[in-house]
Design a binder for this molecule. Structure first.
Ligand code: APR
Ligand code: PHB
Length: 390
């Protein structure tokens, strides 16, 4: 088998890349470990920067997003029992849209298959060979057959736990990493959202987040200990803790409903440099992870593949490899800006086990500054709605 670009992973990075390449007349094959059902049902991120929305709409995969996405013009910061709105649109002229990552994945898979694209699910044993040559080969097992896929380049879009990053020879990559001393317990509840905008709460018992997926579905998160067993969080305890952390002085109430889904996710910051080795280009979570507090992971993954698609198009059209050679550096500039923003948001809103009174007061001062100063709020807003794209 042969293709121009072999793409490992059918998350937002791999699927958007395959779609953008198709629009530029470049052929690709997407290889996904999980089943189609699994990737389409997996509940993940849900906040889209305006730049992400514009890209999906401009490339013909934003129709349902336009109908069902919830456009938001602000977010709320809650602390000391008070609410403070950050008017994103007033401060930046831009907005964000809430639309589940798995909905984007569904829209893109459908678009790729309707256009005659190849997206293979339940692909096992992916191995990359010849990355330092100009004839890489991806071998894998699919439908009981061993396959060798010859290609010009490989895009490693297989997430943090994927195999592509590990195919790069030891010592080639520099890894930068921070683990946070807490995790997020996330739930999806069948109840109308209790607030019109996303609420980020700093409470002495820990961070809490109120978000949503639709007028009938609320998405909520609680800061918990790292590796917290989910069994320790029966539904009643989750609601009780959310009620405590989200409570305000002005009589706001949190509606409760059946919990449809719950899970604990670690919080980490992670970057590898460079995001390329020979003919392998890493994109999205395969190359970097941000803590979820800034809502940036999916947007960053999509921004990477926009740069990669552009560079590949130029390379195929002209044979010039300048843009492709600059892929990693171009992405890493955005990655580090977003890492800083995500770490800053995380630090401002969470409780740390080694907190002393000094650190708690600094955090409170930071929150009050953002809530009270237009300059500080604008800085948060400009990062939150997202930096300019290519
Ligand atoms: N072979 C093939 N596919 C694989 C392999 C493998 N060995 N390992 C992982 N995959 C698949 C996963 O099943 C997943 O569908 O690669 C895909 C990677 O997708 P994501 O994890 O969604 O990563 P990415 O596309 O970079 O999107 C980043 O995902 O984790 C969230 O918050 C993060 O929103 C961000 C987004
Ligand atoms: C979500 O809706 O899942 C969400 C919102 C904001 C975040 C993280 C996740 O910062």
């Amino acid at each position: 088998m042969r293709t121009q670009v072999a793409i490992v992973g059918a998350g937002p990075a791999g699927l958007v890349l395959s779609h953008l390449l198709h629009l530029r007349g470049i052929d690709s094959v997407v290889l996904e470990l999980r089943s189609r059902d699994y990737v389409e049902q997996r509940v993940r991120a849900g906040v889209l920067e305006q730049g992400t929305v514009e890209l999906l709409q401009a490339t013909g995969v934003g129709e349902r997003l336009g109908r069902q996405g919830m456009v938001h013009h602000g977010i709320e910061l809650r602390f000391g029992g008070r609410r403070h709105r950050i008017p994103l649109t007033e401060l930046t002229g831009r907005s964000i849209t809430i639309y589940g990552q798995q909905e984007i994945v569904k829209d893109l898979i459908r678009a790729r298959l309707e256009a005659g694209g190849t997206v293979l699910f339940e692909v096992e044993g992916v191995r990359l060979q010849g990355l330092a040559s100009d004839r890489p080969v991806v071998s894998y097992r699919h439908g009981g057959q061993d396959v060798e896929l010859a290609c010009d380049l490989v895009a490693g879009c297989d997430g943090y736990h994927g195999v592509c990053r590990d195919a790069i020879p030891a010592g080639t990559l520099t890894v930068y990493e921070r683990l946070y001393p807490f995790a997020w317990l996330g739930v999806l509840a069948a109840v109308a959202p209790s607030a019109e905008e996303i609420v980020y709460t700093s409470h002495q018992r820990g961070f809490a987040l109120h978000s949503m997926r639709s007028p009938e579905l609320t998405r909520l998160y609680l800061q918990v200990d790292p590796d917290e067993p989910i069994e320790r969080w029966p539904d009643e305890r989750i609601w009780e803790e959310l009620q405590t952390r989200l409570a305000t002085e002005d009589g706001w109430t949190l509606g409760e409903g059946p919990i449809l889904e719950k899970g604990v996710s670690a919080m980490r910051s992670f970057v590898v440099e460079p995001m390329q080795f020979g003919r392998l280009f890493l994109a999205g979570d395969a190359a970097h992870i941000v803590p979820a507090t800034g809502a940036k992971g999916m947007n960053l993954a999509i921004a990477d593949v926009q740069v990669l698609a552009e560079a590949l198009a130029t390379w195929y059209r002209t044979g010039e490899d300048g843009l492709l050679g600059g892929y990693s550096a171009a992405c890493l500039r955005r990655v580090w800006r977003v890492q800083d923003f995500s770490a800053w948001m995380t630090g401002m809103l969470h409780r740390y086990p080694d907190d002393d009174g000094f650190q708690r007061r600094l955090r409170r001062a930071r929150l009050e500054y953002v809530a009270g100063s237009e300059a500080a709020a604008r800085s948060l807003a400009e990062n939150y709605v997202g930096l300019e794209r290519v």
